[in-house]
Design a protein. Structure first.
Length: 276
């Protein structure tokens, strides 16, 4: 059964923010839809690329053109479907952190983690994202911020007018802290990135998996839980709590035991309205 599409609305502005729920190992993909153009944040794996194309067309319609793809991570759950989607939409450009260019342009099997999913990694040209770049869609600014921790190439997408952030691997889910014990991961930098995210005082966060977190108090409480737990691990010189199991080899998160609270659940009901 396919996960539904969740539409998020905040202010009566032109932009719509539409989460395309990740299926199986896919990370959430997110459409930023303006009046005539749209941006795709992350693509998911290559496994459901035809479905992803249909979802994009269904949301954008005939009047709105997908203009580019921005990747928050080189990892396969975020990037694997990018080439197919780009080609389907007239070879639109794909952008990522400059440290991801080599991995993505060569289709590197290991640093993208495609090998962990027994998959090939399509190779494609990538445009490097400058530090703290701002893109414009209609009248909205889209801030692309460096957010290392899960990897050196990790990015955070912030839309100030919508009080929304797309956080990807930095916060895999409300009850799942990020992994840092992977190539180019860094626990200390991860805490720093989470603290930067906290200063944004967002009212919506779209994580790697599952529905968005909503409400400033709930988001603040969730971030505090993540930051405090990771700081305790730093104080323990990187040692995980004994109760936490070893992550699966495809996992970009830890599974705390006892389980952390999670309010968000997928449903079959629409979440929010379409454009005003």
């Amino acid at each position: 059964m396919h996960a539904r599409i969740q539409t998020l609305e905040s202010l009566p502005l032109s932009m719509r923010i539409v989460r395309l729920p990740g299926i199986h190992h896919d990370a959430n993909a997110v459409l930023l839809i303006g009046l005539e153009e749209a941006m795709l944040i992350d693509s998911g794996t290559a496994w459901y690329q035809l479905l992803q194309q249909e979802r994009i067309i269904g949301q954008c319609g005939d009047a709105c053109k997908l203009r580019e793809i921005v990747l928050t991570s080189r990892r396969y759950p975020f990037s694997g479907g990018s080439l197919s989607i780009s080609q389907h939409f007239d070879n639109i450009p794909i952008s990522a952190h400059h440290s991801a260019i080599s991995s993505l342009s060569t289709g590197d099997f290991f640093t993208t983690w495609a090998n962990r999913f027994d998959s090939d990694m399509p190779r494609f040209d990538v445009q490097g994202i400058e530090e703290n770049m701002v893109k414009i869609l209609d009248d909205d600014s889209i801030e692309i911020l460096e957010a290392p921790g899960p990897s050196s190439c990790n990015l955070l997408i912030h839309i100030p007018t919508q009080r929304t952030a797309i956080v990807g691997a930095l916060l895999p889910r409300a009850d799942r802290p990020m992994r840092w014990d992977v190539p180019t991961g860094n626990l200390v930098q991860g805490v720093e990135s989470l603290e930067v995210l906290r200063t944004l005082q967002c009212e919506k966060l779209i994580p790697m998996h599952g529905p968005s977190l909503q409400g400033r108090d709930h988001i603040s409480e969730t971030l505090e839980r993540h930051i405090s737990a990771l700081k305790q691990i730093i104080e323990s010189k990187g040692t995980l709590p004994r109760s936490w199991p070893k992550p699966a080899h495809t996992s970009l998160w830890h599974e705390p035991v006892p389980a952390w609270p999670r309010l968000e659940q997928e449903s079959n009901q629409a979440d929010g309205k379409r454009r005003n």
